[in-house]
Design a protein around this ligand. Structure first.
Ligand SMILES: *Cc1c(COP(=O)(O)O)cnc(C)c1O
Length: 397
């Protein structure tokens, strides 16, 4: 699955360039850094690889989402429509700007159900945030149409789908802004890091300043001469992290080719099993193939299959029982368990989650298993694992 599996000389070389100069910060120190600007170079590489005008690196995917929300002007009183199936960072970012996360059902794409999005729109809705889960995309044509009709912002959480495309365009580049995560388990990694991509100059300019205490970066070599057009935070990436990412993005196409090849082998094996159906992928060609996600006939069989797969020494995610990715186990969110109190209207809006049910999402996630696709396996190892996976599933059907 992740870039850390194929780590080597390329990453070491890029990091060594930074160690040689001793300038670990991405801004300033123009003389001593001797022309080494890894963060700027990685931003340029992101623009070229994903065909967007602007990219802003941050310290994580979570801070990329927070920064994107701020740059899009999302804040107190605004509702952001997002799915019940995602990583906790998606709603953390909404809450971090004081906005209200409005969770809605997913469909068999494992991403936002466009009809659930429509039904959730209110006069306070400001943005729709699809999350391109497990390597593949939401139904973007439908979501773009809804956003255009209702004049809503579209913010793509593409943190799990770096390199995936929809009808030839990079995920993250289709909405008003999109975000990637380069944490340690993502498709390419900086160890920790994230990015916002956009074609909107205003969104970029704000993201650039917001992620560095509001610095407008117009003061030249003297950071003290920068102005502060608005407030910000420190969500900067370091040069050391950016250096790792620079080596990794150059390998992205190789990673995608391996993932797609390996996934194909596993999928072909599971296709022969009656009772196994697959996640719907709106544009199969654009799948980054980090996971093979499939459905079993019911919850009990999915649970039993997960146990059998793990007993066979293979990884499997049954998201229904997972603490991090599905609404059912987000007790901290349901209880509004915050350390710093929310504004009263937000606290009141979150109260609804104490009792809220999502039967349509439950019906899908309870039956769904995702099998992570590895980068480091040989074709023979993939075949052997696919056979083991198939036997484990058959043993419970
Ligand atoms: C990983 C992830 C994030 C956050 O990324 P970090 O870099 O770990 O902060 C956000 N959204 C989704 C869907 C993710 O999987």
């Amino acid at each position: 699955m992740p870039g850390f599996e194929l780590f080597g000389a390329e990453e070491k070389k890029e990091v060594n360039d930074v160690l040689e100069t001793g300038i670990y910060m991405r801004y300033g120190f123009d003389g001593p850094r001797k022309g080494i600007w890894k963060a700027k170079e990685l931003e340029q590489a992101l623009c070229e690889r994903f065909n967007v005008k602007y990219a802003q690196l941050t310290s994580s995917g979570t801070t990329a989402l927070t920064t994107a929300m701020a740059a899009l002007g999302i804040g107190a009183g605004d509702e952001v429509i997002m799915p019940t199936f995602t990583f906790v960072a998606s709603f953390e970012a909404v809450l971090s700007v004081g906005a209200t996360p409005v969770l809605v059902d997913i469909d068999d794409t494992l991403t936002l159900d466009p009809s659930a999005v429509k039904a959730a729109i209110t006069p306070r809705t400001k943005a729709v945030m699809p999350v391109h889960m497990c390597g593949a995309m939401a139904d973007l044509d439908a979501l773009v149409a809804i956003c255009e009709e209702h004049r809503l912002l579209l913010l793509e959480d593409a943190c799990q789908s770096t390199g995936a495309t929809y009808k030839g365009r990079a995920l993250g580049s289709i909405g008003h802004a999109g975000t990637f995560s380069f944490d340690f388990v993502k498709t390419i990694t900086c160890a920790e890091g994230g990015a916002i991509i956009t074609n909107d100059k205003d969104v970029y300019t704000k993201a650039d300043a917001y992620s560095d205490h509001g610095h407008d970066h117009l003061g030249g070599a003297d950071r003290g001469a920068d102005d502060h057009p608005h407030l910000g935070f420190n969500f900067r990436i370091s040069e050391l992290h950016a250096a790792v990412g620079l080596a990794q993005i150059r390998k992205l196409d190789r990673f995608l080719a391996i993932l797609r090849n390996n996934k194909e082998i596993v999928k072909a094996t599971l296709e022969t099993i009656p009772g196994v159906t697959f996640r719907r992928i709106p544009d199969p060609e654009g799948d980054s193939a980090t996971h093979l996600s499939f459905f079993l006939p019911d919850e009990d069989k999915a649970r039993a299959a997960t146990k059998a797969i793990k007993a066979a020494g293979l990884p499997a995610f049954h998201w229904f029982d997972n603490n991090w990715h599905y609404f059912r186990k987000w007790n901290h969110l349901k209880e509004g368990a915050t350390l710093s109190p929310f504004a009263a209207p937000l606290a009141k809006a979150l109260d609804a989650y104490k009792t809220k049910q999502f039967p349509a999402s439950d019906a899908l996630i309870s039956r769904c298993i995702s099998f992570p696709i590895a980068l480091s396996w040989t074709d023979e190892e993939v075949r052997e694992r696919a056979e083991k996976l198939a036997s484990a599933i058959k043993s419970v059907l």
